[in-house]
Design a protein. Structure first.
Length: 766
């Protein structure tokens, strides 16, 4: 069982290896049959273990690829993108009411399309939508799409793992109507009801989101600053329904049965205690897991728990390694795409570490708890570095305080409130308010821990081999005393903190144009300096590309301070993320086109004629001039040229024809090898005279996928193509990195969608 389960898991990892999903045709399945024939030969020669390994890998990879193809086939049809489509379907999860509108998941089941879509309803009045209801809606959607940047969140991967085949919004229509009410007993409807009761009871408390997370795994109401505190102290896992909570609920189901059977011995004649206790604990744990949305950590814990309870019922003691691998296999059978989830890796690695530590440790009492918590935090460092680019050094202390409080005090209070809510609302309110008060005190302590020096250490974006070696280093470090090579473990883990990406050579420069959708964010690096030119949009308090894209990218490159931040103009799609950068990193010099761009910060005005030299690379501000002081914001954008002895790039922000004309006639050298297209390629820019003056060999467009402005305009694209100028769009390439050498060699170009493409991504356009 153990060999087969691990082999099956290894087979599902084929999704991480392939850049595209293979076509599951006759040739593919014929190859699988050939492999199966080879396994038959191994069986014939009694190579049982080797045959088991190959069979597990074959079945795991085939099942994962087949499932992935099914998910991709459920994507919204390409022909429907941008069109109004009338759909019917079921509300598949608890709807989220945000400041900008209602967000929900629609399980569409029309004759022409069936699949899950992540939808938004912006127009007032918003409906009182409930999970489990069946609706008819007029929607406009698009296929899965997300930003693609190094060290950034892979939204397309998340959508794929959730089986979501597109996103969109509801159009105003008389056809929008609820067709069928939700059944009261559906788990998601119950979750929504409990979530609403908690919100009503704790109105005015900042802990509403945390209590809802512990009760029904609904975390949308948790504030951004609370997420930051939990992330920086390594305690996010506690403020959602976790394995410890499921186990505790099972215990709460077993204890009353044990007491009742002791009080009434006659019950032994009807049903043995072990069977009654096992059934009671299993039912309660399953119910709680359903209220948690049945995510991967709860699946893993529930399966392991049910296996152990089954052993209790049948009076068999199952080795924990068998229990863990059986849970692994069952989780993958339920969802072969589980490895795409961060929770999958954290969940199983954490439990495996606990087993390893339980076998290794010889301490007892409080010292054992402290020792195991410290080593557990150390062991998850490679995962934290790989997934989050951050290591929390305050995590051991924070978890030693938070784990017992949340697991054994706060969570039982929340559960008691849920039990009482249906028949004694006052009692439920007492328990929820008490839980909220304890959480408030805990968050105060965690907030203090998060402010300590080195509480959270950000690490550079490490290559996968270094992360694997760091994991191996941990294992070596905690081998029994006397084992040869233990000291190598510490050496193998050092690169986690010491690794730095390769630097730019003297006289060379690197231009990185980030994928921020309909906006602009770019970074210029020389041997010893960093300039950020624009920071992308801030759509809402919870979606700021400065915080979610630019800042992680900078940290992934090992950049800890910004020499110059230049915000070309005040439009949100260029300046929205600036505040997040200014708050997170030291910035030596801030340049803006007008004083009202970032009025709360000391800044310098961009003016034509300014220039400076960094590491053999010249930076020249070509615009705005004084002649444009009364022009609209776009034509007052800062325009920056970067050049060394052999190469050059021109960053034009949102200038339009008037500014282009002035630049062409100004006498400045506007010629450049690479041009960042003015105003995202709009038809009000890229005049023929300006293109001729710049004469680039490569043009870069920064626009959003199927953006409402239809950038770049077809007529603009034709102008560049007619001049044999290659165009690249970040919506098709992801982050673009251009390395301009200090010699006459050609520049080197990297497209992140090509480097990191997988079967769950929108394939690069050709």
């Amino acid at each position: 069982m153990r060999t087969f389960s691990v082999s099956f898991f290894v087979g599902t990892l084929v999704l991480w290896v392939l850049p595209r999903l293979p076509v599951l045709d006759t040739l593919f399945w014929g190859g699988m049959l050939c492999v199966l024939g080879g396994i038959g030969l191994l069986v014939a020669y009694r190579r049982w273990r080797l045959a088991t390994v190959f069979l597990g890998v074959l079945l795991g990879s085939s099942y994962a690829l087949w499932t992935a193809q099914q998910v991709r086939s459920d994507w919204l049809p390409a022909a429907w993108e941008g069109e109004d489509i009338l759909l019917t379907g079921t509300i598949a999860d608890v709807p989220e009411y945000r400041l900008d509108g209602l967000h929900f998941v629609l399980e569409a089941d029309t004759p022409t399309y069936s699949g899950r879509l992540r939808m938004a309803w912006y127009d007032e009045p918003l409906p009182a939508m409930r999970a489990g209801e069946r609706w008819q809606l007029l929607v406009r959607g698009k296929r899965p799409n997300g930003f693609m940047n190094p060290n950034g969140f892979d939204y397309e991967q998340w959508l794929f793992a959730q089986r979501i085949g597109g996103s969109g919004y509801v159009r105003q229509s008389v056809d929008n109507q609820c067709l069928t009410a939700a059944a009261w007993w559906l788990p998601n409807n119950l979750r929504q009801h409990i979530k609403e009761q908690i919100a009503t009871t704790l109105q005015g408390s900042a802990m509403i989101g945390l209590v809802q997370g512990l009760a029904v795994a609904y975390t949308e109401a948790i504030a951004q600053d609370q997420w930051a505190i939990l992330r920086n102290t390594g305690t996010i896992h506690l403020l959602a329904i976790s394995g410890l909570h499921i186990t505790m609920v099972a215990g709460l189901g077993i204890l009353p049965v044990w007491g009742i059977w002791r009080l009434f011995p006659v019950l032994y004649l009807w049903l043995p205690l072990r069977i009654a206790a096992g059934l009671s604990g299993g039912v309660l744990a399953t119910g709680y897991a359903l209220l948690a949305g049945f995510n991967i950590p709860t699946q893993r814990t529930l399966i392991m728990l049910l296996v152990m309870l089954a052993g209790l019922v049948w009076r068999r003691q199952v080795p924990f390694s068998v229990t863990l691998t059986m849970a692994l296999l069952l989780v993958l059978l339920l969802d072969p795409l589980a490895s795409l989830s961060v929770g999958f890796w954290l969940s199983f690695v954490t439990v495996a570490l606990l087993v390893f530590l339980g076998m290794r440790q010889r301490k007892v009492g409080k010292s054992a708890v402290v020792w195991m918590q410290w080593v557990l935090s150390l062991g998850t460092i490679p995962l934290a570095a790989g997934f989050f680019g951050m290591v929390s050094l305050s995590s051991p202390v924070a978890n030693m305080l938070a784990i017992p409080l949340v697991t054994f005090v706060v969570t039982p209070l929340v559960l008691l409130g849920m039990v009482l809510a249906g028949w004694w609302s006052t009692g439920a309110a007492w328990f929820w308010w008490l839980a909220a008060g304890l959480l408030d005190g805990l968050m105060w302590v965690l907030a203090w821990l998060a402010t300590l020096p080195f509480a959270a250490v950000y690490v550079s974006l490490l290559p996968l081999p270094w992360l694997v070696l760091a994991g191996l280093g941990f294992v070596l470090l905690w081998l029994p005393r006397g084992m040869v090579g233990r000291w190598l473990g510490a050496l193998l883990m050092l690169p986690l903190l010491l690794y730095q990406p390769p630097k730019v050579a003297e006289g060379a420069f690197r231009l990185s144009v980030l994928d921020v959708g309909q906006g602009l964010a770019s970074v210029v690096q020389t041997a010893n300096h960093t300039l950020v030119f624009d920071t992308g949009p801030k759509v809402s308090d919870s979606f700021d590309t400065g915080e979610l894209v630019v800042l992680p990218w900078l940290r992934g490159q090992g950049i800890t301070h910004i020499d110059t931040l230049m915000v070309s103009h005040a439009d949100n799609d260029h300046s929205g993320g600036a505040e997040a950068l200014l708050a997170a990193l030291p910035v030596d010099t801030l340049w803006v086109s007008s004083r009202d761009t970032l009025p709360s910060h000391h800044s310098n005005l961009c003016e034509a004629g300014q220039s400076w030299l960094w590491d053999g690379v010249k930076f020249s501000v070509l615009h705005p001039s004084m002649d444009f002081s009364d022009q609209q914001e776009n034509n007052r954008s800062c325009v920056l040229k970067i050049a060394n002895a052999y190469h050059s790039a021109l960053l034009t922000a949102d200038i339009e024809r008037p500014a282009e004309h002035w630049l062409s006639k100004s006498g400045d050298d506007v010629a450049a090898e690479v041009l960042l297209l003015p105003h995202h390629g709009s038809k009000t820019s890229s005049s023929p005279a300006f293109i001729n003056a710049v004469a680039p060999t490569l043009g870069i467009v920064t626009s959003g996928y199927r953006n409402r402005f239809h950038h770049p305009h077809p007529s603009v694209v034709e102008r560049y193509i007619a001049r044999d100028i290659k165009l690249l769009n970040t919506t098709a390439t992801g982050e673009l990195r251009l390395d301009f050498p200090a010699t006459g060699e050609n520049l080197r170009l990297r497209q992140w969608r090509e480097v990191q493409n997988h079967g769950w991504h929108r394939y690069p356009e050709k």
